[in-house]
Design a protein around this ligand. Structure first.
Ligand SMILES: Cc1ncc(COP(=O)(O)O)c(C=O)c1O
Length: 332
């Protein structure tokens, strides 16, 4: 594995810290560490910064002048893509899907949406359930028709090129853990459009690091999520020239903590947000990391991580908290 072979635009503040979470770990009875990918930089940081480094590298190689992407209304991916475009003189065309159905003023106007507007992205909103792949293509056709050169980034930046960002994160975690003399038993991450989870699995597999990754699902059921992650992890190791490195048993998702659905917050998510904030001062987000922490808390209580050293990957998203005040404010 040699990532310098891939075109890359440096956007991230790396390496992000790998730190202990002593008080939260004590509350859960486990040796808990956190990988601070909320600190990657790029309009507030988060997991998309790493993916966008490789996606932008590819976009420039293809001579693009406009980034086109999509996400839910409060998408962190969209915010970070808009920032990447702004910082490199590219136009940015966004399609936002009303995936949760919420019309609350903070949801549609604050948090990530406010930042998308501030960053100068052009965006339009479509109803939940719209074929977003077709919308991306339609927008690319429009950009071409007016003489532009679009570069289409799939939702979440999750293709094999974007997943290279998490191959690099896997390498970074292993290097840091070795420097700390920290034998890591498990990495826990939110898993949605699959690029983060797939990149980690691919990177760890190619290194032969033998650290299991547990993805806590935020949308799809377990079988579908694992299928998506495995497919993308395989595409990623093909790109790395090691097509046989990933085995199906390396991909594990627990999708029991999605609750009512994608982007819908329940009491256990609010409790997870509060616990992380009030023990170690960590700000999680309501859609991804809050749900992943909800799962981690529940599984720790079931004894699932007994005697383990667990690294929780903080994939960012706290900017989305401001889009959810009406849902979580009363619970605080
Ligand atoms: C804050 C945050 N965490 C986790 C994820 C999930 O990552 P992935 O889409 O790569 O599965 C996302 C995706 O948008 C996100 O915004």
């Amino acid at each position: 594995m040699h990532l310098a072979r891939f075109p890359r635009v440096r956007l991230a503040h790396l390496p992000t810290p790998l730190e202990p979470l002593p008080r939260l770990g004590e509350a859960l009875g486990i040796d808990l560490w956190i990988k601070r990918d909320d600190c990657t930089g790029l309009a507030g940081g988060g997991n998309k910064t790493r993916k966008l480094e490789f996606l932008l590298g590819d976009a420039f190689e293809q001579g693009a002048d406009t980034l086109v992407t999509q996400g839910a209304v409060q998408s962190n991916h969209v915010r970070q893509t808009a920032a990447a475009a702004a910082s490199h003189g590219l136009a940015c065309e966004i399609i936002l899907e009303e995936r949760t159905g919420s019309k609350a003023p903070d949801y549609v106007g604050n948090g990530n949406v406010l930042l998308d507007r501030l960053l100068g992205a052009t965006f339009r909103t479509v109803p939940g359930g719209t074929d977003m792949v077709a919308e991306l293509e339609k927008t690319a056709v429009e950009v071409r028709a007016r003489g532009g050169k679009p570069y289409v980034i799939p939702g979440g930046g999750s293709n094999a090129i974007g997943a290279l960002g998490y191959v690099d994160c896997a390498r970074e975690i292993v290097v840091q853990a070795d420097e700390l003399d920290l034998p890591v038993d498990r990495i826990v991450t939110a898993t949605g459009s699959a690029g983060t989870h797939a990149g980690l699995v691919a990177g760890l597999a190619v290194m032969g690091a033998d650290i299991p990754v547990l993805g806590i699902g935020v949308r799809a059921p377990k079988a579908k999520q694992e299928e998506n992650v495995l497919k993308l992890a395989r595409e990623t190791v093909i790109l790395l020239g090691r097509p046989d490195a990933v085995k199906p048993e390396m991909v594990v998702a627990d999708c029991d903590y999605v609750g009512e659905g994608y982007g819908l917050v329940d009491d256990a998510v609010i409790e997870a947000l509060k616990l992380a904030a009030r023990t170690d001062g960590i700000l999680l987000d309501p859609v991804y990391t809050g749900k992943a922490m909800k799962g981690l808390i529940a599984l720790a209580k079931l004894g699932r991580f007994k005697d383990e050293t667990v690294v929780f990957l903080h994939t960012g998203g706290a900017q989305g908290l401001f889009g959810y005040e009406s849902e979580i404010g009363a619970g605080l």
